[in-house]
Ligand binder design. Structure first.
Ligand code: ADP
Ligand code: MG
Length: 623
């Protein structure tokens, strides 16, 4: 690039800029946090690249951030001597947004009553927050390793375009120069800037320098001197001892790394010693991010090695099912030049992952035990993700199972296996459950009738991942998990002798009927048999032991996958009036099919041939 060029912002950037300049009113000050955080990121990147190319430091090995203003020119500058940007990078990084999430950002902002600027950082568009207080931003930069003549000046008033031109710049790194809007003079005052930095950027591990103020006897006011002072603590938060850190500081640090506007639900901070040494500072958010369901989403844990930032989406440090956890892990043993590939194989990383997983589980156990409401809130947001762990993390399966919460016939939410077991009836051997598409469908399922009558609790599992989870979890506390919709219902010791005898007699009496039904429904049901599980309904559908549940088959179908075609079993209630008169009714065929279709509908299924069902019902209605 040799001349000045005028370029257009990407459409999404234009939209964001429009919103930023027209509708963010509260928390304006966060622009400084964003610019300082970019400066700090730039220094981290330089340190990382310099691991292999130490010459990048040149004669300025001390990384730092300077914040200064010029009251006369009404400018505020954030300067760093980090990695800098080449002209191409300036065009790329400050003119387009590579990340996803812009649309969610815009939607959130439009719905947000407070018009809270805090939202901006969460979506990785922090640089543009400068336009909240500036009507023009100039960026001057030179990438580490490039010649002084290869500097770049980027400038824009935030409307639709920006200019870029080559400049000569002696020092490496970036100046972001804000031309303050009319009315934003407060951001050209030392005390104000210092207090914003203390609030948001104290823990930044680099020194943030500002000019010292000196009392001027003649002017009778404080004036800026040429002396610089460090205005933040400049020690990474997690390296400080727990007793020195306040809850507010932990919370602020969380905001900084997570861009979450809500405070975290819980956190844990530990130095681990032993075979491998590391520090962990891990947070559980209060609210799920919009992309929680993307299993490939960037992990929330940043990896540092001996305080040097290495990478911020280190997948290997936590299992996928804990992808909602945010925080920092600082290892004392990993090599500084560790790559993603190496991470996957490292024994130290394995030990760290195991240690961190245990920590997170302990933290959740603690909340579940001592702050039930908080745990209920956590469960609503992240419960379904935690369930993935039951299948993926066999070593911790038992602990995870204890953390699960369900709906049941006893309570609509919050039922743990332990609660269930404590309410089990005398003689009850299994933990009963039913899977369904929704709580309403589960509750009205005919399969539950006998359990209701006997006051036996049944867990109602209505999450998509439940079926998958159940394929990996067979028991809790030595008690088998048993579906009430699979196989013959065996209430075992819960049925008394008289009931058993009665059932046997009833079954004997309807034997001929069963044979007729089997013949009529031979293409639809693999078997027809008598059941004791029904009280009010005439019939229900169950699947054979070992066959896929009808609910799972439906889920697979919805996902466009082929489900193995196994015919279900029709069970009938010999006590029901409809069943009793079936035998002698001349419309036997129609009634048999209707019985089957209704059983299918009652458990949330869809009919293969709804028109045939309607025809049959209508024939009965006009008869
Ligand atoms: P994010 O920081 O989440 O990537 P931003 O909007 O804050 O999003 O910044 C956009 C990009 O601009 C950064 O990713 C970085 O590549 C570049 N950038 C911003 N500030 C600086 C800086 N001080 N030095 C080097 N690059 C920067
Ligand atoms: Mg940023």
């Amino acid at each position: 690039m040799s001349d000045k060029q005028t370029l257009s912002f990407q459409a999404e950037v234009k939209q964001i800029l429009h919103l930023v300049t027209h509708s963010l009113y509260s928390n304006k000050e966060i622009f400084l946090r964003e610019l300082v955080s970019n400066a700090s990121d730039a220094c981290d990147k330089l340190r990382f690249e310099a691991l292999n190319r130490p010459e990048l430091y040149g004669d300025a090995p001390n990384l730092e951030i300077r914040v200064f203003f010029d009251p006369a020119a009404r400018t505020l500058t954030v300067r760093d001597n980090g990695i800098g940007m080449s002209a191409e990078e300036a065009v790329q990084h400050l003119g387009t947004i590579a990340k996803s999430g812009t649309r969610e950002f815009l939607a959130r902002l439009e719905g947000d009553q407070k018009k809270d600027a805090n939202l901006i950082g969460q979506f990785g568009v922090g640089f543009y927050s400068g336009f909240i207080v500036a009507d023009r931003i100039t960026v001057e930069s030179r990438r580490a390793g490039l010649k002084p003549e290869e500097g770049v000046r980027w400038t824009s008033d935030g409307s639709g375009e920006f200019d870029v031109e080559p400049i000569t710049r002696e020092q490496r790194g970036t100046d972001v120069i804000l031309h303050l809007r009319e009315g934003e003079e407060e951001f050209a005052k030392t005390w104000r800037l210092k207090s914003i930095i203390a609030k948001y950027s104290d823990h930044i591990s680099l020194p943030i320098l500002m000019r010292k103020e000196k009392w001027d006897e003649e002017k009778k006011e404080y004036v800026l001197s040429d002396e610089w002072e460090t205005v933040n603590k400049a020690a990474a938060l997690w390296t400080r001892s727990k007793s020195e850190i306040t809850d507010a500081q932990y919370q602020e640090f969380y905001k900084q790394i997570s861009y979450d506007s809500e405070p975290p639900l819980a956190y844990t901070h530990n130095r681990v010693e032993g075979r491998t040494e590391y520090t962990q500072l891990l947070y559980v958010p209060s609210k799920a991010p919009f992309d929680l369901w993307n299993r490939d989403k960037r992990a929330g844990v940043k990896l540092y090695v001996k305080r040097v930032f290495i990478m911020d989406d280190a997948q290997a440090l936590l299992p996928v099912y804990l992808r909602f956890v945010k925080g920092v892990i600082d290892s004392a043993d990993l090599p500084l030049n560790v790559s993603r590939e190496l991470l996957q194989e490292s024994r130290d990383v394995k030990a760290i992952r195991e240690g961190c997983t245990k920590r997170v589980l302990s933290m959740l156990e603690d909340v579940a035990e001592n702050q039930k409401d908080k745990y209920a809130a956590f469960w609503k947001e992240f419960g379904a993700v935690l369930k993935e762990g039951v299948g993926e993390d066999h070593a911790n399966q038992e602990r995870l199972a204890r953390l699960l919460r369900f709906a049941s016939t006893h309570a609509d939410e919050g039922v743990s296996f332990a609660d269930y077991v404590s309410r089990m009836k005398e003689g009850q051997e299994a933990i009963y459950y039913l899977t369904a598409d929704s709580l309403a469908a589960a509750k009205s399922s005919p399969q539950l009738e006998i359990f209701r009558k006997k006051g036996i609790e049944v867990l109602l599992l209505v999450d998509r991942v439940d079926e998958w989870m159940l394929a990996h979890l067979y028991e809790f506390d030595g008690k088998p998990l048993q579906s009430v919709a699979r196989g013959a219902v065996d209430l075992g010791k819960l049925q008394d002798e008289e009931e058993k005898k009665h059932a046997e007699q009833a079954a004997e009496a309807v034997k001929p009927l069963l044979e007729r039904l089997k013949t009529t429904l031979k293409d639809r049901a693999k078997d027809v048999r008598v059941t004791t599980r029904l009280v009010e309904s005439p019939a229900c559908i169950v699947v054979d032991e070992g066959d896929m549940s009808t609910h799972l088959a439906r889920l697979l179908k919805q996902a466009g996958q082929q489900a193995p075609k196994a015919l279900p079993i029709l069970e009938i209630n010999p006590e029901h009036a409809l069943v009793k008169r079936l035998e002698s009714d001349e419309r036997f065929d129609d009634l048999a099919h209707i019985l089957f279709d209704q059983a299918w509908l009652a458990e949330g299924g869809q009919l293969d041939d709804p028109a045939a069902y309607v025809r049959r019902v209508n024939r009965l209605l006009v008869a």
